[in-house]
Design a protein around this ligand. Structure first.
Ligand SMILES: NC(=O)c1ccc[n+]([C@@H]2O[C@H](COP(=O)([O-])OP(=O)(O)OC[C@H]3O[C@@H](n4cnc5c(N)ncnc54)[C@H](OP(=O)(O)O)[C@@H]3O)[C@@H](O)[C@H]2O)c1
Length: 257
């Protein structure tokens, strides 16, 4: 009986929700891969879990070959552009099917005051014209882009502390991990007298409460749009992944019969 080996590039709540669904399929072995940056990742105790980078495209190609991976599922964060790009090239090199799950972006609604900034540097340049006190919700990796904004005060929310050497703007670091609640987000914005939010357009429900809270309070959001995806198959509905895997397994199975 042929076993199909699936590599899931994960680290998101969506990947945690998907893994039990995939594990219920017959004849599959799952390997979930995490970047390894979060101390307590949200990952079910099913199948194999590996942590840490592969070593660029070449490392991923070697891994896919060594582990005899049949299918690659990219369920990473919409802003994890590097691993998604690497996965696209590596899957093509090895000749295995790859599917990207990209959850829908948040859409602007009546009452929203969004200002688009093409990236973190552009967002930092806009801040002094917009507010003195800012809620920075972009995580820790791009914190240094805001280090030059020295005349504003920042509430910086992230899951883990940045390294002490990372340049950062003045303000306070708040360690917390979603999902976030609308009432608490509203209270936080009021308590810290926040005048604007900086956010990536991550989409999904876990971090959406701040978007709704800003709408209710009439606060502007400097919104950073997602990076472009490489060519290839993309779904935006998590429920579409299992049928995709089943159809790939059917065609791989008949190809190898
Ligand atoms: N809120 C969230 O849940 C969440 C989760 C993840 C990312 N993000 C956001 O996305 C942005 C980029 O994040 P990122 O650094 O994780 O992605 P990235 O910039 O696309 O990846 C950088 C490198 O990390 C390694 N990597 C990333 N994901 C991996 C995985 N699933 N398995 C193994 N290695 C992996 C790869 O290293 P090698 O080249 O060595 O293979 C990759 O080249 C950040 O802004 C971050 O805030 C948010």
């Amino acid at each position: 009986m042929r076993i199909f080996r699936i590599l899931i590039l994960g680290g998101t709540g969506d990947s945690a929700r998907l893994i039990p669904q995939l594990a219920a399929l017959p004849n599959v072995e799952l390997i979930a891969s995490l970047a390894g940056r979060t101390p307590k990742p949200n990952i079910p105790n099913i199948g194999q879990v590996r942590r840490g980078g592969f070593g660029g495209v070449e490392g991923l190609v070697n891994y896919l070959k060594a582990e005899k991976i049949d299918l690659l599922l990219d369920i990473t964060h919409p802003f994890a552009a590097q691993i998604t790009h690497n996965a696209a090239i590596a899957a093509q090199c090895v000749g295995i099917p790859r599917l990207v799950f990209c959850r829908p972006a948040w859409e602007k609604e009546v009452g929203d005051r969004w200002i688009t900034a093409i990236d973190h540097t552009a967002a930092a340049k806009l801040i002094p014209e917009i507010a003195d006190r800012v809620f920075l919700t972009i995580g820790r990796q791009e914190l240094s882009a805001f280090a030059t904004v020295v005349n504003c005060w920042f509430l910086m929310r992230m899951i883990t502390l940045p390294s002490i050497t990372m340049p950062r703007p003045p303000g306070e670091i708040l360690l917390d991990q979603g999902p976030f609640d609308l009432e608490k987000e509203t209270q936080l914005l009021i308590q810290y007298n926040i005048g604007a939010i900086v956010s990536k357009n991550s989409g999904g429900s876990a971090a959406q409460a701040k978007i709704i809270a800003a709408r209710h309070l009439g606060l502007p959001i400097i919104m950073i749009p997602r990076p472009e995806l490489p060519d290839g198959e993309v779904v935006s509905d998590l429920q579409a992944i299992v049928p995709w895997v089943e159809s790939q397994i059917r065609s791989l199975g008949s190809f190898n019969a």
